[in-house]
Design a binder for this molecule. Structure first.
Ligand code: NDP
Length: 512
């Protein structure tokens, strides 16, 4: 079974046995589990942007905070408009030669990038834990996953299509690179989100300008530093900023494509910003993924699976289960079992061995989640567990299970992106399909049953980019994923994901 986000997400409970193709990842998980890291993360004060292959400092800087204790851990460079112009120009210049580099050589460089990342898993993982808050082993798996994804992506191909090869005419459609790609990432998986963008964009012959979230810039800045000597100057640019940098970049006339992952609200702004120049876009946006649990499941094991499907990375996964529809026949037993399982989970300092869940990643998201919990309280919903934030400092919100709130309540309709989960009762399949398909999002969905055929029949009726039966979040470099409705436009990964970093060009030659 290939390495997948599912494994990275679940590794808080040592699912390393399922991390197979990423043998390195298994080893890394093992190392981390037997040698805990020091309590205090390294304070990174002098990380630089990568522009035109060189180290560039900001004219000013912004603060990066550790969500575990709210300590200031670093200052990151604030990219100016002028520096961005320079960065895009350097990327444009490099794009001409990079597009002409033979495919096999670009492929080889992706492997070299992966080797460098593998050699720095500990260092990058420590930065991810410090800036994002996920447990050390999970952060290490995320970094190793980026290396794995680069190698697997390198095996993809872009064959030409021969439309006609006759005495009269040769007609061929080939895929050509777009030019300069802006890769804009969110804070939940600073390295993991790059897996879907970096390899495919570079392999297809584009140069890339990466902008990480202002909450989690450190690992990406360091990645840029590490890869400076691997790639020709200007092929990979990394800029950071806390203000308008994302809007400047996505609306920049020198950018040919924006590959964006983030909230639906920002996705709309990116689309509007791209309109004047008809810049190509791929948008991976928010989700409110339903899980439907049929009455024939084994309840104790279902409780454990559901828990990790919803709460891995403290619920901060776009494809996490965000609402659970449980058949009335097992509702009481399964919800009780879920609450019991939640009581066994260790949430706390992510650098400590044995911690399974860390804090919410930043203050903004912490306040969003607390606001949703407060709304539940105001509406009189019942908490089966949780509901009260831990004392500060640290953005900790305990796992919170909400007992059968109304379908129109905010906790059901909105994306919580945190450790709060509405549990909903159903007894009619048509009704639950309609409820699962309601709303603006359509990213992922799952159906769980001892009878895969019965589950599949329901899965086929669900409106989502990916629907899993009896598993969840299984993503591989060979398989495209994306959102429908307001969960996104376009796909990432797999052959279709690679095509998104190209355009079709047809060349015909008249013969005779
Ligand atoms: P945001 O949309 O706030 O930010 C995402 C990125 O966009 C950040 O780098 C941000 O920079 C940047 N940005 C902000 N404003 C603009 C702009 N006007 N133009 C271009 N870029 C801009 O999302 P979050 O970081 O809060 O991430 C959480 C969201 O991401 C959730 O809704 C989640 O569902 C979604 N998500 C979707 C995934 C998917 O694959 N479908 C995967 C993971 C998350 P800055 O930090 O500086 O503001």
């Amino acid at each position: 079974m290939p390495y997948s986000l599912e494994d990275a997400a679940f590794s808080g409970r040592a699912r390393s046995a399922t991390v197979d193709a990423g043998r390195e990842a298994v080893a890394i998980l093992t190392v981390h589990r037997s040698s805990p890291m020091s309590h205090s993360p390294t304070v990174a004060t002098n990380l630089t942007m990568t522009i035109g292959g060189a180290a560039v400092s900001g004219r000013s800087s912004f603060e990066v905070v550790n969500p575990t204790d709210e300590a200031l851990i670093a200052y990151a460079p604030e990219c100016t408009r002028e520096q961005l112009d320079h960065a895009v120009l350097a990327a444009r210049t490099a794009a001409r030669t990079w597009a002409a580099v033979p495919f096999a050589q670009r492929r080889r460089l992706l492997h070299e990038m992966a080797d460098v990342i593998d050699a720095h898993v500990d260092e990058l993982g420590r930065l991810v834990t410090a800036e994002q808050g996920k447990p050390s082993a999970v952060a290490a798996a995320e970094v190793a996953g980026l290396a794995y994804w680069l190698r697997e992506t390198a095996a993809l191909t872009l064959p030409e299509t021969v439309n006609e090869d006759s005495g009269e005419r040769l007609s061929v459609t080939r895929r050509v690179p777009l030019g300069v790609v802006a890769a804009i990432t969110p804070w939940n998986y600073p390295m993991g989100q790059l897996s879907f963008k970096l390899g495919p964009a570079l392999l297809a012959g584009n140069t890339v300008v990466v902008k990480p979230s202002a909450f989690t810039p450190l690992s990406t800045l360091r990645l840029g530093e590490l890869l400076r000597d691997v790639l020709p100057a200007g092929v990979l640019t990394v800029v950071s900023g806390s203000g308008d940098l994302g809007a400047w970049l996505s609306g920049h006339p020198g950018i040919d494509k924006v590959s964006f992952t983030g909230s639906t609200a920002t996705g709309r702004a990116v689309m509007a910003g791209a309109a004047p120049t008809l810049t190509r876009i791929t948008l991976e946006l928010g989700g409110n993924d339903p899980a439907i649990v049929l009455p024939d499941v084994d309840v104790p094991s279902m409780a454990e699976k559901l828990f990790w499907a919803a709460f891995s990375n403290t619920g901060q996964i776009c494809l996490a289960v965000k609402r659970v529809y449980i058949h009335a026949d097992i509702y009481d037993e399964l919800t009780r079992s879920l609450a019991d399982y939640a009581a066994t989970i260790r949430m706390g300092d992510p650098t400590q061995e044995g911690t399974q869940l860390g804090p919410i990643s930043n203050r903004r998201q912490y306040e969003t989640v607390l606001d949703l919990i407060e709304d539940c309280r105001r509406q009189g919903h019942t908490f089966l567990t949780g509901g009260t934030p831990a004392p500060r400092p640290g953005f900790f919100v305990p796992v919170t299970l909400v007992d059968n709130p109304p379908e129109e309540s905010r906790i059901v309709r909105e994306e919580q992106f945190g450790p709060v989960l509405p549990l909903l009762r159903f007894d009619d399949v048509d009704d639950v399909v309609a409820r699962a398909n309601a709303g603006e999002y359509a990213l992922g969905a799952s159906v769980w049953s001892a009878d895969p055929d019965a589950a599949l029949a329901i899965a086929r009726r669900l409106d989502a980019g990916t629907v899993w039966v009896n598993e969840i979040m299984h993503l591989t470099p060979q398989v495209a994923f994306g959102g429908r409705k307001q969960s996104g436009i376009g796909v990432e990964s797999g052959h279709e994901g690679l095509l998104e970093f190209t355009e079709a060009q047809t060349i015909t030659v008249r013969r005779g």
